[in-house]
Ligand binder design. Structure first.
Ligand code: RP5
Length: 168
């Protein structure tokens, strides 16, 4: 059963949403992925959100752009945590999406990541699940150590070879 549901308002959101999926696959987290528009097909959306818990979903990652109501409406219906990803947009640069998603009323939070922050949405979902899954917590620890070592090795290269080594 899918533990994470990834939903996006349009297939145009796919390149960003794929970054979240890549993280879940890396950590071996079961997921489902849907394209559902809260605006263009509200009945299907409501059914999706109402039944998510019964499908075993523990976290929803919802991405949308422009008047981005999908994550907020997920949070209005689904009782578990919702992570929102604001899409970068052509007219307003994604600030429209960001404000739409992040400015939720008290009592109905959406954990909003950066504009186009697909990977961080995936990592945040993993962190939530890892609180009750020791195997996942171990993988998360390894991931954090890997990141640290990656930065350390770059700094070691900077110290030994100088900044020009990074410009080629
Ligand atoms: C939102 O409207 C979608 O999430 C998408 O980011 C945006 C534009 O959708 P399309 O017109 O590309 O289908 O609902």
């Amino acid at each position: 059963m899918a533990k994470v549901s990834i939903v996006m308002g349009s297939d145009s959101d796919m390149p960003v949403m794929a970054k979240a999926v890549e993280i879940l696959e890396r950590f071996g987290v079961d997921y489902e992925m849907r394209i559902i528009s809260a605006h263009r097909e509200p009945d299907i959306f409501v059914e999706y959100a109402k039944t998510a818990k019964d499908r075993g979903v523990q976290v929803i990652i919802a991405g949308a752009g422009k008047a981005a109501h999908l994550p907020g409406m997920c949070a209005a219906i689904f009782e578990g945590p919702v992570i929102g990803i604001p899409m970068k947009t052509s007219d307003l640069g994604g600030v429209d999406s960001l404000y739409s998603i992040v400015q939720m009323p008290t009592g109905v939070p959406v954990a909003t990541v950066a504009i186009n922050g697909g990977a961080n949405a995936g990592i945040l979902a993993v962190k939530m699940l890892a609180m009750t899954d020791s195997t996942l917590a171990g993988k998360l620890h390894d991931f954090i150590v890997e990141q640290k070592e990656s930065v350390e090795s770059k700094d070691a290269k900077l110290q030994s070879e100088g900044y020009r080594a990074f410009l080629s």
